[in-house]
Design a protein around this ligand. Structure first.
Ligand SMILES: Cc1cc2nc3c(=O)[nH]c(=O)nc-3n(C[C@H](O)[C@H](O)[C@H](O)COP(=O)(O)OP(=O)(O)OC[C@H]3O[C@@H](n4cnc5c(N)ncnc54)[C@H](O)[C@@H]3O)c2cc1C
Length: 279
């Protein structure tokens, strides 16, 4: 049961959606964009959220686009993880989303909802970070397209009322060699202890992103530099990568920081071996 009342709207256009958000906000309704609803409903059930209205974005045509056009893959923010895996334009993204929640919930969770959600893992962002993707963001004043690295720093930096419209990925990244490893505490279906998504780029270098290690998902150019340093031995590369983590390691009930460090080390060896950039 949800112990609070809120209004539900499902506009048909982008303009209507943004306009409605600001109108509801101005009368103190605390509106929220609603995509798959998995997080909003879970939080509402626990009384962890204050909302007076939700605006369902699944009626906006631009949020439902999922196509390859002009050498770009365009994925609307309301596209579900199931659709991403089924159409499989970008195998690294498919593999990553297939390991988020379970099969039933994947049919509800949207790409935009995973990127904008409050849980710390946001695993779907990893394949987007390593492919230098762009995000199209709509606001009251404009629609802008930004490199993901400029707008996603641990979490997505959105102003009030801004909406993720689409994710855009250059076609050249879709067929690169890739690796995805997710380690969980017990069950196969669980939040990650550590997840790694990586690509071997056209210069034979590794692009790599992590979730579950720190309190936010990230791609680190310092770690990539360490892993790609072919003058160093494999041990040196792995140790230098670990010494360049951007923040302290998570230490929680799922796993201590020492355990995560041990696991991360092994996973980095696996990645180097897989991509055969080892000495
Ligand atoms: C049982 C279960 C297990 C899970 N396991 C994992 C896991 O292992 N790894 C993982 O990464 N995730 C996992 N998740 C998913 C995660 O916790 C969120 O529930 C999910 O990502 C939210 O997506 P949604 O489409 O349902 O978003 P919603 O619940 O609709 O929205 C979530 C937030 O995003 C905002 N939002 C949604 N779309 C947009 C948009 N286009 N623009 C701007 N803001 C937007 C909403 O306003 C809200 O604040 C799991 C979820 C469940 C229920």
């Amino acid at each position: 049961m949800i112990p609070l009342n809120f209004d539900y709207y499902k506009p048909k256009t982008l303009y209507e959606t943004i306009d409605l958000f600001h109108k509801l906000h101005s009368i103190g309704k605390k509106p929220m964009y609603y995509a798959g609803g998995t997080e909003i409903i879970s939080m509402a059930r626990l009384n962890n959220i204050q909302i007076g209205a939700v605006i369902d974005i699944k009626g906006i045509p631009e949020c439902n686009i999922h196509e390859l056009k002009n050498n770009k893959l365009i994925i609307g923010s309301a596209i579900t993880l199931t659709d991403i895996a089924n159409l499989n334009y970008y195998p690294l993204l498919s593999l990553t989303v297939k390991r988020i929640a379970d099969h039933t919930i994947q049919g509800k969770i949207t790409l935009g909802g995973n990127l904008a959600g409050t849980i710390i893992y946001r695993e779907a962002v990893l394949p987007l970070l390593v492919a230098d993707s762009h995000l199209m963001i709509a606001s009251k004043k404009e629609i802008k397209t930004l490199p993901i690295k400029d707008i996603f720093q641990g979490r997505i930096q959105l102003e009030k009322g801004e909406l993720i419209l689409q994710v855009i990925i250059d076609e050249k990244f879709l067929s690169l060699p890739y690796a995805h490893i997710k380690r969980t505490k017990n069950e196969k279906i669980d939040y990650p202890l550590i997840t790694i998504s990586a690509l071997k780029n056209r210069k034979n270098k590794i692009n790599i992103g992590f979730s579950g290690i720190c309190e936010y998902p990230f791609r680190s150019y310092e770690i990539e530099k360490a892993l790609n340093s072919t003058f160093d031995s494999m041990d040196e590369r792995v140790n230098n990568a670990i010494n360049n983590l951007p923040d302290k390691l998570l230490n929680d009930l799922a796993g201590s920081s020492e355990y995560r460090k041990f696991m991360l080390k092994n996973m980095l060896y696996d990645i180097l071996k897989k991509f055969e950039v080892a000495n």
